[in-house]
Design a binder for this molecule. Structure first.
Ligand code: NIG
Ligand code: FE
Length: 411
């Protein structure tokens, strides 16, 4: 099946050579072809060029993309899409003056979602999660990472991971699974947190690995949650099972999570709302991708990740949604890209690089996703007729997407 898009106003993120990520000042460059055509064959990108060199081939279908921009679909490398119920009451409580921390200390927050998830049948969790996944695919997400972490018991953590596996089997887009058993300390373990760590490391982790339910390991390294020492212990144990770290660090406090992540060769360190100079230094000379989650900052009214400081230090940066019921009940990558420009002073070029190729890197998908490159998966966003790609982040809250393709198939 050959599908040809012609008269494309601009084809974005065209990378002749396969690159894994873009860093520092290179993020300011967004290579493109104006007035372009793009040929896809089955699930792959077959060829592209300027309309000045028109393709001379027979195709099954032609689409006129006059006035429209085509770019690779968003790569959302940090989500908690699998959950049960919602936490809109906590949202109202926060409006009325309680802080996220106060709500958590009262047994709300992650523990609230864990209780709901434990009580919800697996089929129902799947149904609720699949609906969210379909929603974000229509918003242009073409690759996604999903974490466990609202189970907090062996049974419920494995249940979450089986739901992630089923989503991967039933949907076209790549779905990466991360085991986040160390997301919060359950109420019963409040006085003996080390015993919960032992449960995660000695009981749940081996089963996750044995049943091949996750490729990555995560921990919420934060005051009131898990320590740097816990982080070292968990990441060392997970390494034995071949699980790479992608960890929650520096959301509210800089306690040394970035250093711990880099020491364990983390694929990514995520959140980073609070960064000190030492954290930036440590990330230099590492292969770890810093990941910012601006819609979490918006929803919780917490600082935004210092994107300029990170990129100006020559580092790469990825953008993701953090879609979850507590701190970010939104999986809209278009909003994330807008917020990155508006609140983090990223240029549109930097934000699009961060949400495509660098997001792919943070899921080990940049060989196959994140750019318009011959042989890569045909995961595409086709915009409506818009004046320029800068219009995408500029017209925040406007849906500028006309259609989305995953593996060459219309979503
Ligand atoms: O990434 N920070 C830790 N975990 C999630 C939020 C958890 C929740 O409130 O349910 C996050 O923001
Ligand atoms: Fe998160």
């Amino acid at each position: 099946m050959k599908l040809l898009f012609s008269n494309i106003k601009e084809l974005l993120q065209v990378r002749e050579e396969k690159i894994l990520k873009v860093s520092g000042t290179d993020m300011k460059e967004l290579p493109s072809i104006k007035n372009a055509w793009l040929l896809i064959e089955d699930d792959r990108i077959e060829a592209y060029d300027s309309m000045d060199n028109p393709p001379d081939i027979e195709v099954n279908e032609k689409i006129d993309a006059s006035g429209k921009i085509i770019l690779p679909s968003w790569c959302d490398s940090h989500t908690h899409i699998v959950y049960a119920g919602n936490r809109e009451q906590e949202f109202a409580d926060r409006i009325n003056g309680l802080s996220y921390e106060e709500i958590a200390n009262r047994g709300g927050g992650i523990l609230n979602s864990a209780k709901t998830l434990q009580e919800t049948p697996e089929e129902e969790v799947y149904k609720q999660s699949a609906k969210r996944l379909e929603e974000v695919m229509k918003l242009g997400t073409g690759a996604v990472e999903i974490k466990s972490g609202y189970g907090l018991t062996e049974e419920a953590e494995l249940k979450m991971l089986r739901v992630i596996k089923k989503l991967r089997e039933n949907y076209e887009l790549p779905v990466k699974a991360t085991f986040l058993g160390a997301h919060a300390i359950p109420k019963d373990y409040k006085e003996r947190p080390q015993e919960y760590m032992d449960l995660v490391i000695n009981e749940i982790l081996p089963k996750v690995a044995e049943q091949e339910l996750a490729e990555y390991i995560d921990i919420f390294c934060e005051k009131g949650y898990f320590t740097v020492e816990d982080t070292h212990k968990l990441l060392s144990a997970a390494k034995e099972y071949g699980l790479k770290p992608k960890i929650h660090v520096n959301q509210f406090n800089a306690i040394g999570g970035v250093k711990a992540g880099v020491e364990h060769n983390a694929l990514s360190v995520d959140h980073l709302e609070v960064m000190n100079d030492e954290d930036i230094e440590i990330l230099k000379n590492s292969d770890t991708m810093p990941v910012a989650l601006p819609s979490c900052s918006l929803f919780l009214s917490i600082p935004y990740t210092p994107a300029r400081k990170i990129m100006d230090a020559g580092l790469p940066l990825a953008l993701a949604t953090d879609f979850n019921p507590g701190s970010t009940p939104s999986g809209n990558m278009n909003l994330v890209v807008s917020l990155a420009c508006i609140k983090m002073k990223m240029t549109p070029e930097e934000a699009i690089n961060a949400a495509t190729i660098n997001g792919a890197y943070a899921m080990e998908l940049s060989e196959s996703h994140g750019s318009i490159t011959k042989g890569k998966k045909a995961n595409l966003i086709v915009t409506k007729e818009i004046p320029s790609y800068t219009f995408l982040p500029y017209a925040f809250g406007t849906n500028s997407i006309d259609s989305v393709y995953v593996n060459g198939k219309l979503v």
